[in-house]
Design a protein around this ligand. Structure first.
Ligand code: SAH
Length: 272
């Protein structure tokens, strides 16, 4: 609220000096996993009063449509194989635009501080003394849990939750703490892990998890095209092949996945 009323009065596009007291400002906003109804009220308000959007590929059209038609929309990336703008360029661009007096709304899928490089962008802004605010979003793991009927923790099944990334850094091997990930009585959710799924399953089994441990792939969670493929650590790579799931997909591992059989259909029944 604090800034919205003030920002609405700013002259769009004018340098700070000409616009009066337009302060440089960037809002780093998490847009959630895709369903526009999962935006926070704060995010919705920021969208509705936006003047310039810088958005990533995970931000759905339905969410972008909530901004005024007059708002400028710039796609800045990025997909694993297609970096539209390198990360440091995105930081530089935000700083430059804010210094020109533009109100920048930087939108990321899910939550910007969870595998979203929001931390790096916040650091760039802080280093340049550009004031910013952060609006959290529902991260993909939460959206997938709710939509697929897989509670992330459950007193009978899982007492800890680990969010990890299966993405390869600079084409190196998947460098994860396998012993920690293979601990019992916890839920492991892996982002960006589809490409390395066989290695992930193999390593978790090698480090002590049973091949029969329930595991799931949730593709496009909370979106109309959502698919949930359930199996075990042992057969998930084969299931990924046969079903042809594609990013964005989350991997969920742990006994909580067994609840999908009971809760998943109940959720769907309520929807229809
Ligand atoms: N900041 C985001 C994550 C970005 S990393 C968040 O908090 O959710 C990108 C990865 O997130 C994808 O490769 C996929 O593993 C996961 N992801 C994002 N949106 C998703 C969705 N709707 N369904 C399933 N996985 C999703």
């Amino acid at each position: 609220m604090r800034n919205l009323d003030q920002r609405e009065n700013l002259s769009a596009g004018l340098p700070a000096q000409q616009a009066g007291a337009a302060p440089a400002h960037v809002t780093l906003m998490g847009a959630g996993p895709g369903d526009p109804e999962l935006l926070t009220i704060k995010a919705l308000r920021a969208l509705e009063s936006a003047e310039l959007l810088l958005y990533d590929h995970l931000v759905s059209d339905a969410i972008l449509a909530l901004a005024p038609a007059s708002a400028e929309r710039r796609y800045v990336g990025k997909e694993a194989s297609r970096h539209t703008l390198p990360q440091h360029e995105i930081g530089k661009l935000m700083i430059q635009l804010a210094r020109e007096g533009r109100r920048v709304l930087r939108i990321k899928g899910g939550d910007g501080y969870i595998f979203g490089r929001g931390g790096e962008e916040a650091q760039a802004l802080a280093a340049a003394s550009v004031p910013f605010s952060v609006i959290p979003g529902i991260t993909a793991a939460q959206g997938a849990a709710a939509a697929a009927g897989i509670p992330l923790t459950h007193r009978d099944h899982s007492r800890a939750l680990v969010l990890a990334t299966g993405h390869l850094q600079d084409n190196r091997v998947v460098d994860l703490d396998w012993e920690m990930l293979a601990r019992p009585n916890q839920t492991v959710v892996i982002y960006m892990g589809l490409g390395t799924l066989p290695i992930i399953c193999e390593q978790l089994i090698a480090h002590g998890l049973a091949a029969s441990t329930p595991a799931a792939l949730i593709e496009r969670a909370t979106q109309p095209e959502q698919r949930c493929v359930t199996g075990t650590l042992g057969n998930l790579p084969a299931l990924a092949q046969s079903t042809g799931v594609k990013p964005p997909t989350l991997i969920m591992i742990g006994d909580v996945v067994s609840l999908h059989g009971q809760l998943g259909p109940a959720i769907l029944a309520e929807r229809s």
